[in-house]
Every structure is written in structure tokens, then in C-alpha cells.
Design a protein around this ligand. Structure first.
Ligand SMILES: O=P(O)(O)OC[C@H]1O[C@@H](O)[C@H](O)[C@@H](O)[C@@H]1O
Length: 261
């Protein structure tokens, strides 16, 4: 992806009139919770597999494996993409498939194991939102812009509720919609395009705000008017490389100018 000259950290409502926000790592402080649940699920599987086959048991690396193969992707797509990076293919399995037993390990059972670990953590510790996660959508709506939340997660509605953000968006497109309507996950732009369609604003007049490389790539491939990368770690160069027009460390850095028609 070509790297443009970075633009200012400004959402100008003369050029865009809607903003689509990713959730995990952008609005809610949950990217690290996903990452550690993935690590526990994959490491257990890799250890068991190595015991049985003598194969490579290198653990899931944080943050590299998470950022490259799992972050922003739909749950089962994350399982497949990481396993592929280790040359491992598993049967798909199904909803009733479970059990951490090596003989029964499937794409679905690994995804379910991770989801159990993720939800255990959320139940125990709750969901924190970033301070500007409330202020920025409110500021945008007050200026006449429409706002959406777009997440690969099937837990999106529950997390928005737990973070006190469920009333703050005009439109939500999440992992359950993706499954129901058959939309491909990020880095495909389908989820963001669906949000723009529901907002009734063309992509070129919609901004995307994303922390994941796959999500930034989706925004750029979808022809969105402004793609903002949110760098919560040391990912700035990667976000620009994936197509971000501008990268900020937090939503609070984004200024809003003008008013939507
Ligand atoms: O397993 P869930 O809650 O449906 O989430 C799917 C994915 O959702 C994304 O938002 C996260 O970046 C990923 O880490 C996560 O795996």
C-alpha cells in the first residue's frame, strides 16, 4: 500500500459527514484482553500438539503474532491465519465441537476456548472505555455527523453495553451481522461498507478509525475518505504502511472542525 504524506489529525466535517469506529482498542480497552486470551488458548494447543507429535512448540508471541495474524479479524479467521503462519491446518469443526483434547482440536474448538477465557476475564474485571470514546462520538453527533461502530467481534453489543457506550452510535455492524449476512471479515472492507450503507453516507464521505492493521487496510481498500490509525503501542509505521492517512496515539488527539450538512 502506498504511503501518503500524513494529513493533520482533524476530522473536517466539510469533507466527511460520518465516522465509523472500530471497538476493541479504539473505544474499549480490550485489545490486550483478547490478545492474552488468544495466547492462553494457542499455547495450550501448541504444547499438547508438541507432546503428541514432537513438532514445534514455540509459544504464541505477544504482541507480534497477535498484531500480524489475529488483531481485527473475525474469530475463526484469526485461528486459521495464525495456524497457517505455523504451517498447521486443522479441521473446521462445528458449534458442538469442543474439548481441548488434541485429537479433537478444531478451528471452532480453539475459537471457543479463547472466547471462554476472554469472557471469564470480562466478567471478572468489566470493560474499560478510553475517555474520548464517549466524548468524540458525542462531539461528532452534536455537529451533525453520523457515527457507527464496526467490529469483527461477536461480543460487540455486550461490550458496548458493559462500557456504557450502547446509546452512542447510530449504527452497529459486528461479527454477528457478518455471519448472518455472509460478509467477509477485515481486511476486506465489507463490514465498513455495510456501515456506510446503513448510515446512508458514501464511503468517500466517511472516516474510518482503526487500531488494527487489518482494519486500516479495510478502510483504505473500501475507498473511505479518511482513514485514521490509532497507535496504542509501537505500530505507527505499520499503520501508515497499511494505508492510514494519519496516526494518533489516542482519540483525544483528533480535532473536529466544521459541521455536517
Ligand atoms: O471472539 P470475538 O469476541 O468475536 O472477537 C473477534 C475479534 O474481534 C476483534 O475486534 C479483535 O481485534 C480480535 O482480537 C478478536 O479476535
Amino acid at each position: 500500500m502506498a504511503v501518503d504524506t500524513p494529513t493533520d489529525a482533524v476530522i473536517g466535517l466539510d469533507t466527511v459527514s460520518a465516522v465509523a469506529f472500530d471497538m476493541d482498542g479504539v473505544l474499549t480497552d480490550t485489545a490486550a484482553v483478547h490478545a492474552s486470551a488468544w495466547k492462553r488458548a494457542f499455547d495450550e494447543f501448541l504444547r499438547e500438539r508438541a507432546k503428541a507429535t514432537g513438532d514445534d512448540a514455540r509459544p504464541f508471541r505477544l504482541p507480534d503474532d497477535y498484531l500480524a495474524y489475529v488483531d481485527g479479524r473475525e474469530r475463526l479467521d484469526g485461528v486459521r491465519t495464525f495456524l497457517r503462519s505455523r504451517g498447521i491446518t486443522l479441521p473446521e469443526g462445528g458449534a458442538a465441537d469442543g474439548g481441548p483434547d488434541l485429537g479433537e482440536a478444531t478451528v471452532a474448538s480453539l475459537g471457543e476456548r479463547k472466547d471462554r477465557l476472554f469472557l471469564e476475564h470480562i466478567r471478572e474485571f468489566g470493560v474499560a472505555r478510553f475517555p474520548a470514546a464517549l466524548a468524540l462520538p458525542r462531539r461528532l453527533r452534536a455537529a451533525g455527523a453520523r457515527v457507527a461502530v464496526v467490529s469483527a467481534s461477536r461480543n460487540c453489543a455486550a461490550l458496548l453495553h458493559a462500557a456504557g457506550l450502547e446509546e452512542e452510535f447510530d449504527v452497529r455492524v459486528d461479527g454477528n451481522d457478518a455471519r448472518r449476512i455472509g460478509l467477509p471479515g477485515k481486511p476486506d472492507p465489507a463490514l465498513f461498507l455495510e456501515a456506510a450503507r446503513r448510515l446512508d453516507v458514501p464511503p468517500e464521505r466517511t472516516a474510518v478509525v482503526e487500531d488494527a492493521l487489518a482494519g486500516v487496510e479495510a478502510g483504505r481498500r473500501g475507498g473511505f475518505g479518511l482513514v485514521v490509525g490509532v497507535d496504542r503501542g509501537h505500530l505507527s509505521a505499520g499503520l501508515y504502511h497499511s494505508g492510514a492517512h494519519v496516526v494518533v496515539a489516542d482519540l483525544a488527539e483528533l480535532a473536529v472542525t466544521g459541521a455536517a450538512a
